[in-house]
Design a protein around this ligand. Structure first.
Ligand code: UD1
Ligand code: CA
Length: 512
């Protein structure tokens, strides 16, 4: 026996999330709820995979269709509850429900879209259990120490399921039940169709409850239940408190899985790892890290503390400390950080360095090259065994277009350089400190650009000048107000451009 259709409810407003984002688009471990539920449902191999979406939905549809283009969309036109949502599905999936006769058709599976950790194993075990039950309906249940907010499973004296009662409609006695409805069901399609027609909104929320179809089915025949082996996989999220709780418990498991694979994680409570991440053995992850997307970290690499890797590849033995790295490849034994910002599109080869307050975007740094302090490289290729002086930037943007900088091998870029792209610096070049490189430089050259040093002796800032201490006639401070008055009148030179070695410690050597 197979599953005729798996129908996922995803039209709810998610009011309790208090968000402009639909609830089923929230994520845990990088996977939106709706995708995980769709993947789990797909694992039961249903003939039809269907998602119920609100008429007004714009955001969920593209995610659903990108996850599985064969998905049959059902449109729910009014917010009248889970029972109404499934009525819409019955009306719109004629091939599933049109000719359904009790006991003759394969069951339909109904699922809620707000179960962020649902997996295929749980659902296939549920379907297998139903197959041999001879039931008209079955509900997937779980036992929670705190069942607050869930529908409770009500049974008769013989233990048969008779109904599901919502928290807000339950008696005190029913609220004491810890076995809850996960919002996943298998139904004989004819019984479901008939049961939906009997629903009324005679409840606290004045909605049509899908759960009431269980009570209907119990009047027609047997209703069974299956307890999910792992409660975490079937818990729902209605608000952000539940989201944080589930995310944390799931993350703990993900970290434990990696630790068992040979990854050292110093503090699992502050290490967040997406499902799509791959870590090799002997990787070390220090506290405060977010490893996201298609990030891969190879053997002996050390990541963290306080590092975010998004779709990044960190090769063997590299160290990445206090950095944010996105869509960037970091070569073997490279040394990144602390406080390094690698934006998308960089490739740093083996044995490279990107140090403190370095930002890169679309930069290719060949092996052995060092980019150590306070540097910006954008749209740049720098060849092997070069060094970039602190405070250097590539000026890659002219206000409209981006331009490329090329720096050859064995180059020494001096401190505080400005490379105005497009520009190319040849192999073995040395550039002087503070140079502005606007024109291509040929191999083996020394290049520097002049900037004249001016010195004004014993200068007083404007706020220190007053009629009392300023000699307007001579355009200078009065003699007794001069700083360093000991050295007498000669200490004051207002003629710009004259450097006076004797009065200027650290004056430019060239002026000697
Ligand atoms: C529901 C169940 C409750 C169960 C709990 C498990 C009912 C009446 N109650 O309550 O017994 O313990 O799930 O988490 O079913 N949806 C629609 N259209 C609607 C309303 C909801 O598609 O008009 C979708 C939502 O997007 C959501 C799912 O149905 O994915 C469940 O709705 P929600 O409002 O979260 O139900 P709960 O109050 O959690
Ligand atoms: Ca819910």
């Amino acid at each position: 026996m197979g599953i005729s259709a798996a129908i996922i409810l995803a039209a709810g407003q998610g009011t309790r999330m208090k968000s402009k984002t639909p609830k089923v688009l929230f994520s845990i471990a990088g996977v939106p709820f709706i995708r995980r539920v769709m993947r789990a449902a797909k694992a039961t191999d249903p003939r039809v995979l269907s998602v119920i979406l609100a008429r007004t939905d714009e955001k969920v549809t593209p995610v659903v269709m990108s996850e599985n283009p064969d998905t049959r969309r059902v449109v729910q036109d009014q917010f009248k509850g889970t029972g109404y949502a499934v009525q819409c599905a019955v009306d719109q999936l004629g091939d599933v429900f049109g000719h359904a006769e009790q006991g003759k058709f394969e069951p339909v599976m109904i699922l809620a879209g707000d179960m962020p950790l649902l997996d295929g194993q749980t659902l296939t075990a549920f379907a297998r259990d139903y197959e041999n039950s001879g039931s008209l309906a079955s509900v997937l249940t779980t036992r929670l120490s705190n069942p607050f907010g869930y529908g409770r499973i009500v049974r008769d004296g013989e233990g048969n399921v008779t109904s599901i009662v919502e928290e807000r409609d339950a008696t005190d006695e029913q609220r004491a039940i810890h076995e809850v409805n996960t919002s996943i069901y298998l139904f004989d399609p004819a019984v479901l169709k008939e049961g939906l027609e009997t629903l009324t909104s005679d409840n606290d929320q004045h909605e049509l409850y899908l759960t009431d179809v269980i009570a209907f089915a119990a009047t027609k025949g047997r209703v069974s239940s299956f307890e999910a082996p792992d409660p975490l996989t079937v818990e729902g999220v209605n608000d952000r408190v539940q989201l944080a709780d589930l995310a944390q418990r799931y993350n703990r498991r993900v970290c434990e899985k990696w630790m068992r694979e040979g990854v050292t994680i110093l503090d699992p409570s502050t290490t967040w790892i997406d499902d799509s991440v791959e870590l090799a053995r002997d990787v070390t992850v220090l506290p405060g890290c977010f490893l996201r997307g298609k990030t891969v970290v190879e053997e002996d690499a050390v990541v963290g503390p306080y590092t975010t890797l998004i779709d990044a590849t960190v090769h063997e033995g590299a160290v990445v400390e206090r950095a944010r790295v996105q869509q960037t490849e970091i070569g073997k034994h490279a040394n990144i950080g602390p406080w390094t910002y690698l934006r998308p599109g960089n490739v740093l080869d083996d044995d490279t360095k990107a140090g403190a307050f370095v930002e890169m975007k679309k930069a290719h740094v060949d092996h052995g090259t060092k980019v150590p302090h306070l540097i910006y490289l954008g749209d740049t290729h720098i060849e092997h065994d070069s060094n970039v002086g602190g405070g250097t930037i590539t000026a890659n943007y002219d206000g409209k277009n981006k331009h490329r900088t090329h720096i050859g091998a064995g180059v020494h870029i001096g401190a505080g350089n400005m490379l105005v792209a497009p520009v190319s610096v040849g192999d073995g070049v040395t550039t002087g400190a503070g140079s502005v490189i606007r024109h291509d430089v040929s191999d083996g050259s020394l290049v520097f650009s002049e900037n004249t040093q001016h010195e004004v002796k014993n200068w007083l800032p404007r706020y220190e000048r007053s009629d009392a201490n300023w000699d307007y006639g001579n355009g200078r401070p009065k003699a007794d107000e001069q700083p360093g008055a000991d050295s007498g009148d000669d200490a004051w030179h207002s003629d710009e451009g004259t450097a006076d070695d004797s009065q200027a410690p650290g004056a430019d050597q060239k002026n000697k």
